[in-house]
Design a protein around this ligand. Structure first.
Ligand code: SF4
Length: 363
């Protein structure tokens, strides 16, 4: 890459950052634990949404050992509403690893940071550069966008070749004298100046040498090879009621929302009109059906959009008198109404629990 172009980019980015950096509580932070926490929270999350979670985690777990000593259910509850729950599970796992295996001391070199569970190249670069001023350039969606437009690169950013090519470029453009400041600047530049739709290129300090601006390629770049196809899933939750007790279970396995709680679930390919249809889909519900629960009502559909799927959740409420069939599903846990909100649920269940009409009628 021509030195002149690199100097132009670094100089203008630095000047831009002097007046445009967004003030955030983690800016200038040197404690690797807080940097790690903020970066994990901000993955796939808007800053406004992530900020209160960062403050909450920092206050509750001021050190990595405090986080390591917390119960997993508590960490999941603290994370509730942020989505992508594997982040919380990995955060907790890695805190325990640092606390137990590394004497509570965060690793100080890039490769050791990268080995930690839940930390990829981007987060390792952010921690290494912000905490220790090591020369590792960050590469996230914002940075891909800036370089693909500035240099007019059409290689799909989601391809193996694209990832390699952009990795080399970001490292070439990195200001190695001030890697932390440079990384912060380019992340903010992508997030607020070179935005996905309708960037204000006329006010951009890089426009004199920006290929996308010159050739009118802004809408086409960055290029992606795959189109995201979302599937729709129908979740039928059974709210089993006996006095003040409801039954919930922890989600296991490889599907979404691992370790969060839910009401017993029957997933179907289509929306169901009649609860007797459950037994066609699941052995356990066949037995449930035989115990003659009293159907109370069905909720309106609640919707949640995830990266790869749409979830439509309907809550079927039943009064039960016979509890014996519950022993057939040992994962079920009877919980008093007023304790339900102590558990971490997926957003769709939270929406249901917090729905006013239901709160008045049922809970
Ligand atoms: S000129 Fe426009 S497209 Fe080019 S870097 Fe600036 S904001 Fe991005």
């Amino acid at each position: 890459m021509a030195d002149k172009l690199v100097s132009f980019f670094q100089k203008n980015l630095k000047q831009w950052a002097e007046t445009h950096l967004r003030p955030m509580p983690w800016k200038g932070e040197k404690n690797p634990y807080y940097i790690w926490l903020s970066e994990i929270i901000l993955q796939q999350t808007r800053v406004e949404q992530g900020l209160p979670y960062f403050e909450k985690f920092k206050a509750k777990y001021p050190t990595v050992t405090d986080l390591a000593n917390a119960a997993e259910d508590e960490v999941m509850k603290m994370w509730e509403g942020l989505g992508y729950y594997s982040r919380a599970r990995n955060l907790h796992f890695t805190a325990k690893h640092i606390s137990n295996e590394l004497n509570g001391v965060f690793p100080t070199d890039f490769n050791s940071i990268l080995k930690l569970k839940g930390i990829g190249d981007y987060t390792a670069s952010a921690i290494a550069s912000f905490a220790y001023d090591l020369p590792y350039a960050v590469l996230d969606g914002n940075v891909f966008r800036v370089f693909s437009r500035f240099l007019g690169i059409k290689t799909p950013i989601d391809s193996t070749d694209g990832k390699k090519e952009f990795k080399v470029i970001t490292q070439q453009f990195l200001n190695k004298k001030e890697p932390g400041k440079y990384n912060q600047a380019i992340m903010d530049f992508g997030a607020t100046q070179c935005v996905p739709k309708n960037p204000n290129c006329k006010a951009c300090p890089l426009n004199k040498k920006c290929v996308a601006f010159e050739k009118d390629l802004i809408r086409e770049l960055p290029n992606k090879s795959k189109k995201l196809i979302k599937r729709t899933r129908h979740f039928n939750f059974l709210v089993l009621k006996k006095g003040d007790t409801r039954w919930i279970e922890k989600r296991e396995g490889k599907d979404i929302w691992k370790n969060l709680y839910q009401f017993p679930l029957v997933e179907t390919d289509v929306a169901l009109n009649d609860f007797s249809a459950f037994s066609k889909f699941d052995e356990w519900f066949k037995i449930f059906d035989q115990s003659k629960p009293t159907f109370i009502k069905k909720s309106k559909p609640f919707k949640q959009t995830l990266t790869h799927q749409y979830i439509i959740g309907v809550f079927w409420e039943f009064e039960i008198s016979d509890e014996t069939f519950l022993s057939l599903n040992p994962s079920l846990k009877g919980v008093l109404n007023n304790s339900l909100l102590k558990f971490a649920f997926p957003k769709i269940i939270d929406l249901y629990l917090k729905d006013k009409t239901l709160t008045l009628n049922l809970f």
